[in-house]
Design a protein around this ligand. Structure first.
Ligand code: NAD
Ligand code: TYD
Length: 359
């Protein structure tokens, strides 16, 4: 039997959640982490500079669509567990260019499953029993909830609205199919909206923080009434380790923070934190920067996760409330302009309007 640390291949480890997962798993001392990432616009190795030189961390540049290369990495690195996060992840980009989402999220996941299946079949009996393929997915696969009722459970029907959520839904189905058809030992998790350090500044929370600090408009889609259920990224990373190691094979687990907020409430909370920590010249509130802009097409009204199964079966609960997590996040962006300023300066201004203009 192989001694600890077990080797975990994390796909998409240079992204927002993936980098938090790499940092969490390495810090636990229980794993050797192989980060496999294509380094798209969303991948950033500076998010992992704390792990530079760590003997339990290695980066391998690869595209999950490249089955041969992934198969070789799985063998060369003697991978025991796979956690799959690599994806195109931004809904607004999926509206303007859906095919990249089909390629990576659907074809890429199926290509990765093929490589992983070959690897799993090549393992000895004990290693094959311990092996897991953990697919990391989103609550957006369940689609739109009314404002005032309903929550997503693991049994909720799939009803995706955007090209992003449709591509993630398809990937979930492929993962289950590789389990049912080929016996690959899989677990799945579907999580609500994450926020926290190293979040690419095109998503609502980092975009609003960065724009507020730069005295730019804070774009709120529609009336800001849409509701999301927010979870601090480090709590998600802890949950993912729990699912990977303790989840039952073939099962999925919903993960969420029991922290539903309207988008306007989120933006107002960020403004209040910034007013206290970095008051504007002239004494006006950051609230004055809020600008209502054209709504996103097909914008789901509300997402809400029931995390009871994860709490009861895995013993997982978040450590941060929305208030403590948001304060940590704002403080991180205030202290770490070295990370997010170059992204904004070199790429685009982060808004949906900017994305369209950059095309
Ligand atoms: P992200 O966009 O920040 O990171 C994605 C990473 O995947 C990047 O490092 C990118 O370079 C890499 N990647 C993209 N295409 C690739 C390919 N073809 N081959 C190899 N690597 C590739 O995304 P994120 O927000 O960290 O999300 C990670 C995962 O978690 C995704 O699968 C997403 O669907 C899921 N998820 C995200 C949230 C959220 O709120 N952000 C919530 C629930 C689930
Ligand atoms: P986002 O961070 O893009 O995550 P997702 O679409 O995966 O939920 O958006 C979160 C919410 O914020 C969503 O309801 C859309 C809204 N939003 C805005 O109001 N303005 C913005 O500039 C962005 C990027 C999002």
């Amino acid at each position: 039997m192989k001694n600890v640390p077990q080797t975990v291949l994390v796909t998409g480890g240079a992204g927002f959640i993936g980098s938090a997962v790499c940092r969490h798993l390495v810090a636990s001392g229980k794993y050797r982490v192989v980060n496999l990432d294509k380094l798209t616009y969303a991948g950033n190795l500076t998010s992992l500079r704390d792990l530079d030189g760590n003997p339990n961390y290695v980066f391998r540049k690869a595209d999950i669509c490249d089955t041969d290369k992934v198969r070789k990495i799985l063998a060369d690195e003697a991978v025991d567990l796979v956690m799959h996060l690599a994806a195109e992840s931004h809904v607004d980009r999926s509206i303007d260019g859906p095919m990249a989402f089909v390629t990576t999220n659907v074809v890429g996941t199926a290509s990765l499953l093929q490589a992983v299946l070959d690897h799993w079949r090549s393992l000895g009996e004990e290693a094959r029993k311990r092996f897991r393929f953990h697919h990391v997915s989103t609550d957006e696969v369940f689609g739109d909830l009314p404002f005032d009722s309903g929550v997503f459970t693991e049994d909720s029907p799939y009803k995706p609205s955007s090209p992003y959520s449709a591509s993630k839904a398809a990937s979930d189905h492929f993962v289950r199919a590789w389990h049912e058809t080929y016996g690959l030992p899989v677990v799945l998790s579907n999580c609500s909206n994450n926020y926290g350090p190293y979040h690419f500044p095109e998503k609502l929370i980092p975009l609003v923080i960065a724009n507020a600090l730069d005295e730019q408009p804070l774009p709120v889609y529609g009336k800001g009434a849409n509701i999301r259920d927010w979870l601090f990224v480090e709590d998600h990373a802890r949950a993912l380790e729990a699912v990977m190691t303790g989840g039952r094979i073939g099962e999925s687990y919903n993960i969420g923070g029991r922290a539903e907020r309207t988008n306007l409430e989120v933006v107002e909370a960020i403004c209040a934190l910034l007013d206290a920590r970095r008051p504007r010249n002239g004494g006006r509130s950051h609230l004055d920067l809020i600008t209502y802009v054209t709504d996103r097409p097909g914008h789901d009204r509300r997402y809400a996760i029931d995390p009871t199964k994860s709490e009861q079966e895995l013993g997982w609960t978040p450590l941060e409330t929305f208030e403590t997590g948001l304060a940590r996040t704002v403080d991180w962006y205030l202290a770490n302009g070295w990370w997010w300023r170059p992204i904004r300066e070199q790429r685009f201004d982060g808004t949906r309007q900017g994305l369209v203009a950059a095309k």
